[in-house]
Design a protein around this ligand. Structure first.
Ligand SMILES: O=c1ccn([C@H]2C[C@H](O)[C@@H](COP(=O)(O)O)O2)c(=O)[nH]1
Length: 507
């Protein structure tokens, strides 16, 4: 590719909007292995996944079973909307544990927790609070209990009601509280309907920031059909007008149809297309037996979805493999929002089965437009700015986490790129115990970032590391670049995985 072409990408690459990104994340969390079984079993749906989104505009968002927690002005719009929507508002005693989550600086605001009215819809509580507005998509109908107990994937909860719930960060200020109010005004409770609007250019340019493991032949078609079937069925379309009280849908059906297709295609590409099912996760490094650092992920028979039992990373546990694929794909989704036109990186911190942070690499909040050129590799002087001013995905995730302590045994960073030498000390300092990443052993320009520390930290037992790799059989479908990376990594990889891969290859 010639230089002019690359530079023009650097200048004009289109990025998914934040609202669309959140919509996609909301949907993606519905697919979470931590969410699916609980969704189908109403009684156990209280073990819902807790999620947050953290970035410059939106403060952490958390959903706890069917309870929403947040801060609302005494007679503010949120309270009114909650009342209008039959939510029972329960005042929380500020001195009690709730304050741990929600620090209240302003006496006119108080903590509330709201039980959604389940009598009208048993499905109104939702798992993932990512979306600012309603999505006009839904899953297959789940009217009766029997139907709800169908296979786990076919009865996901209704996405047309996506709750946005805020739990304050640990250093909130007035601005935060205002943002939360704003968020609520735009939320489900505001009764708005959001139609995603991912541009076709965003869809095609999603390729540019793809993971180095992306196979050339995209294998996302079947997942696209599955997503369409699950969230955008003919049956649901016929009910939209009534269920969403949206008469205008008739007139814009074609357009909405198109938008939803593009959104689902984008999700399918970025998730399954870039990280196919043939990717597995392998533990790296022999741990120093004398180390008293990171603990071993040895809880092999841990069952997913059990709220009280956090899943500890363990490559031998198929539930964890599934979870790791899910979270890594979610990191790929986040990476697409990066400011870096060539290298999107997404990072998630999961602790106790809860996403406590989710971010991407980019320029700092309040960066003046043009101060930080969206440089590409070949952009000469601006490249210096790219490295000097980018906040890495891991750094953003650590800074923006919504819990202070991320040092529990289950704390896991899922990142879509090998953590660099700038990030590793921060990961260690934050106390994160596990890191899951794709190995990337390409030779680099010495002026660029370095990637030596992660392996050292793993070898020293300071961190448990888990690398994602395509199976040998799947490598033949990879891009040449990715194949080279994989070959290199299988030669270099730790603790016998190379042998295992070599055995696979000879079969
Ligand atoms: O651990 C890391 C390493 C890098 N990043 C970000 C920072 C830059 O935007 C790009 C650099 O990647 P290149 O492959 O050198 O272009 O990736 C990160 O977020 N985390």
């Amino acid at each position: 590719m010639n230089q002019t072409r690359t530079r023009s990408f650097a200048n004009f690459v289109n990025t998914i909007t934040k609202t669309d990104l959140y919509s996609c994340l909301a949907l993606w969390m519905e697919e979470s292995p931590l969410a699916t079984t609980s969704v189908c079993d109403f009684e156990s749906s209280r073990s819902s996944v807790t999620c947050c989104i953290n970035d410059q505009d939106v403060k952490p968002i958390i959903n706890e079973d069917d309870t929403w927690c947040g801060v609302a002005q005494e007679n503010g719009p949120l309270r009114k909307k909650l009342r209008r929507n039959n939510c029972t508002i329960e005042e929380k005693d500020k001195s009690k544990e709730f304050v741990d989550h929600t620090t209240l600086h302003d006496e006119t605001k108080s903590a509330v927790s709201c039980h959604l009215d389940n009598s009208t819809s048993t499905r109104r509580q939702v798992k993932a609070g990512y979306c600012e507005e309603h999505l006009a998509i839904n899953c297959t109908e789940a009217n009766g209990v029997d139907e709800e107990k169908q296979t786990s994937k076919s009865c996901s909860s209704k996405l047309n009601k996506i709750g946005v719930v805020m739990v304050d960060s640990q250093n909130p200020d007035e601005d935060d509280l205002e943002k939360v109010e704003k968020l609520y005004r735009m939320s489900e409770i505001g009764q708005s309907i959001y139609v995603p609007n991912i541009q076709k250019t965003v869809l095609s340019e999603s390729e540019i920031k793809r993971s180095p493991y992306a196979p050339t032949k995209l294998s996302h078609t079947s997942i696209l059909l599955t997503l369409l079937d699950r969230y955008w069925s003919e049956q649901w379309k016929s009910r939209i007008v009534k269920e969403l009280n949206w008469p205008e849908f008739i007139d814009c059906k074609h357009q909405v149809d198109h938008s939803i297709h593009i959104m689902l295609e984008w999700i399918a590409r970025v998730t399954f297309g870039d990280l196919p099912d043939s990717v597995n996760f392998y533990e790296c490094g022999e741990r120093n037996p004398n180390s008293n650092g990171a603990s071993s992920g040895s809880s092999r028979d841990i069952v997913a979805n059990h709220e009280a039992t956090p899943i500890i990373p363990d490559p031998y546990n198929p539930h964890w493999q599934e979870l790791a694929r899910h979270m890594s794909r979610m990191a790929n989704i986040l990476a697409q929002r990066s400011n870096d036109p060539k290298r999107g990186v997404g990072a998630i911190i999961l602790q106790r089965n809860q996403v406590v942070s989710a971010c991407w690499n980019g320029y700092p909040p309040k960066a003046g437009y043009g101060d930080f050129p969206r440089a590409s590799h070949i952009d000469g002087p601006s490249l210096a700015k790219k490295y000097a001013f980018s906040i890495h995905a891991e750094q953003a995730a650590i800074l923006g986490r919504n819990v202070r302590d991320v040092s529990e045994d289950s704390s896991t960073l899922f990142v879509s790129k090998t953590p660099c030498d700038e990030c590793v000390p921060l990961i260690l300092k934050a106390g994160i115990k596990n890191a899951v990443f794709p190995r990337d052993d390409r030779q680099r320009d010495p002026a660029c970032l370095r990637y030596a520390l992660i392996q050292r930290s793993i070898a020293l037992g300071q961190l448990n590391g888990f690398e994602s790799r395509l199976s040998i059989a799947a490598q033949k479908d990879c891009q040449p670049e990715a194949t080279a990376v994989l070959r290199a990594s299988s030669q270099l990889c730790f603790n016998g995985v190379a042998k295992e891969l070599a055995t696979d290859a000879t079969k």
